[in-house]
Design a protein around this ligand. Sequence first.
Ligand SMILES: [Zn+2]
Length: 151
Amino acid sequence: MILFVHMLLGALTGQKVSSPVLAIVLAFLSHYFLDFIPHAEYGVENIKEKQWAKARTEIFKVLLDFTFGILFIFLFSKNFPIIYICAFFAILPDGLTVLNSILPNKILKMHKNIHSEKIHFLKYKKISMFWRVSTQAVVVIICIYILSFPT
Ligand SMILES: [Zn+2]
């Protein structure tokens, strides 16, 4: 899923789970859980291929995605530091996958295979774009709704 969705669920974990360590672990694991669900993503092939001259649009999309995540967390959450820490851990698996393309090593490669192939197994299934976008919209709506609860 896009960073925005992962960040919101991570933030929700940080706001709702009282143990910070557990919140961070759950935020990290929430990434794989969301990636199981069929979803649409924008390509970052040029970043992965280190084609920096062609990667400008992709880098812009990643930054925009991330900025919207921070903005929505700022607007709807209680803004405790743990919320932002959990949002960071919720997107770390994507960071590790990109890092594997830039600085490959055995552990990162193993992680990439699990994250990009095993967890994303539904990417090869024929599921319409409508559903791939709707799943993410539903997660966003639920997260914002619970994040903005007064209690
Ligand atoms: Zn991912």
